[in-house]
Design a protein around this ligand. Structure first.
Ligand SMILES: Cc1cc2nc3c(=O)[nH]c(=O)nc-3n(C[C@H](O)[C@H](O)[C@H](O)COP(=O)(O)OP(=O)(O)OC[C@H]3O[C@@H](n4cnc5c(N)ncnc54)[C@H](O)[C@@H]3O)c2cc1C
Length: 463
């Protein structure tokens, strides 16, 4: 066995790669182990980047199809699936090559194998070699879950998000199981390319981690676009045959049956821990099956860190990156570190209208029994969004009632994923409503819509 590494990173995704990058910058000897055929991580290969590439195309398509609304004559805007697929492959290929160059820059020893722990300081690779290290970072991400509680799902052929992201034809009809972010984003993509889409969600609303009001705006937009949307359901049977799939479910006491050519299982993902033999390393899991971590990303074995989807608490790339970086800095004794501040949580759903939140939301503040003020303003009463014909949704700002410190914001509407960043800096810097009102707001922009709720909050505080 060779000399121990300072750090071995297992999984070269967003958390693992960034932990390795920081450790290298601190002069450490680093190995990266990843068993995938392509090693660029979920975000680049089958997550954020391909999905956002496709969603951007269908947003352009949707606008083109609405040409008449804008006084334009665009007779037959339609998707060209082969071209769409080729564009996505080209863009993702370039991102993946870029990551590949970084991995193979000579800074790291890269092992293209799966790994499992055989003791707290040693891993065994799938080709039988063993490696040891002083510190480890587990960044093995997540995999699609197939809940056994959905009768018939395990025996019915289904697509995952990987399959939907790789389509080069328009499927005539698809049933989407689930109402989370991936389900909603890709259901709208499928609908906009021309598929007949049925979405079946167990909870009362889609995007259930968001406020009911925000979810309802997205639901309305989906229904207006012709998605056959069912919420508050219980699936009783999923079955497949040569011609397609049938899903039986109950909703409001009625039994409903839907048939489609394809089934898309978007019921969620689960942490990738099973093959790691974590017990022999002294690494424990939470009840939800994630790797248990403390605020420095240390697992129950203090020299083994974890970052990204494998530990959570949220499957979001910028958090995976931040966790990987924090873990590496902590592992190698960098002083004056700060743990990740989850009060700044930033969340974006790239549906149209987009849904974005930052900071504390009303639901959490109610739970905490905290005092707060809220003000909101609708996009259908704002100049810029009206001229864009982007009338769904609203902005909402939440502030502390005495000094007016910003606590959080929620946007459902046009460009919400970008607009929410108006609050990133101010929240991190603990700014108040009055600080934000001193800032200039250009006219006519979507951003200036925030002057209305901010002024409303300022008035509420002055009273
Ligand atoms: C369709 C979709 C869209 C998404 N869109 C967004 C978005 O817009 N914004 C956002 O913030 N997030 C988005 N996400 C979530 C985001 O992609 C993930 O949170 C993030 O990529 C997780 O990074 P990670 O480093 O934890 O894991 P990954 O990037 O999944 O990396 C894990 C790596 O570990 C390797 N591995 C696993 N087991 C082993 C083993 N035993 N030995 C060796 N290697 C192993 C795997 O091969 C893999 O390369 C999306 C996810 C999906 C599925």
């Amino acid at each position: 066995m060779s000399k121990p590494y300072d750090l071995i990173v297992i999984g070269a995704g967003s958390a693992g790669f960034n932990a390795a990058r920081v450790a290298d910058s601190l002069g450490k000897r680093v190995a990266i182990v990843d068993g995938a055929k392509k090693i660029a991580g979920l975000c680049i290969l089958n997550g954020c980047m391909p999905s956002k590439t496709l969603l951007y195309s269908t947003e352009v398509l949707h606008l083109a199809q609405k040409g008449k609304t804008f006084g334009l004559r665009i007779p037959s805007a339609a998707v060209d699936m082969k071209a769409l697929h080729a564009r996505k492959k080209k863009i993702i290929g370039e991102f993946a090559d870029y990551r590949d160059q970084a991995l193979n820059s000579g800074k790291y020893d890269v092992y293209r194998n799966h790994a499992r722990f055989i003791d707290p300081h040693t891993i065994e690779l799938s080709d039988g070699r063993t490696l040891s290290a002083d510190k480890f970072l587990i960044g093995t991400g997540s995999k699609i879950s197939v809940p056994a509680t959905v009768p018939g799902l395990t025996t019915t052929p289904f697509w995952t998000s990987d399959d939907v992201l790789d389509l080069d034809f328009v499927p005539e009809s698809v049933i989407v199981l689930g109402g989370g972010i991936v389900a909603c984003e890709l259901a709208q993509f499928l609908r906009r390319i021309g598929s007949k889409v049925t979405l079946i969600q167990r909870s009362k609303n889609i995007l259930k981690d968001h406020s009911p009001a925000a979810s309802e705006v997205v639901q309305q937009a989906f229904r207006d676009e012709g998605v056959d949307l069912h919420t508050d359901t219980q699936i009783t049977r999923v079955a497949g045959d040569a011609k397609g799939v049938t899903v039986k479910f109950t909703s409001s006491g009625k039994t409903i049956t839907r048939r489609a050519r394809y089934l898309f299982n978007a019921l969620g993902r689960e942490p990738n821990t099973a093959s790691l033999n974590l017990a022999d390393a002294g690494v424990k899991l939470t009840e939800a099956g994630r790797v248990r971590i403390n605020r420095w990303q240390q697992t129950t074995a203090k020299h083994i860190y974890a970052g990204g989807d494998v530990c959570g608490p949220h499957d979001i790339v910028h958090l995976a990156v931040a966790q990987g970086e924090l873990a590496a800095r902590h592992a190698f004794g960098i002083k004056k570190l700060k743990p990740i501040d989850h009060r700044l949580l930033l969340n974006v759903v790239f549906t149209d209208p987009q849904l974005a939140t930052i900071g504390l939301q009303e639901r959490e503040l109610f739970k905490q029994g905290a005092k707060f003020l809220v003000a909101s303003y609708p996009f259908n009463d704002h100049g810029k969004s009206i001229l864009m014909d982007a009338n769904y949704g609203y902005v909402k700002v939440i502030a502390e009632p005495v000094r007016g410190r910003i606590l959080g914001a929620e946007i459902v509407g046009p460009n919400a994923g970008d607009l929410i960043h108006i609050f990133s800096g101010p929240l991190a810097m603990k700014a108040t409503v009055f600080d934000l009102l001193r800032a200039p707001w250009y006219h006519p922009t979507l951003a200036e819509i925030f002057t209305y709720p901010l002024e409303d909050l300022a008035d509420q505080i002055k009273k």
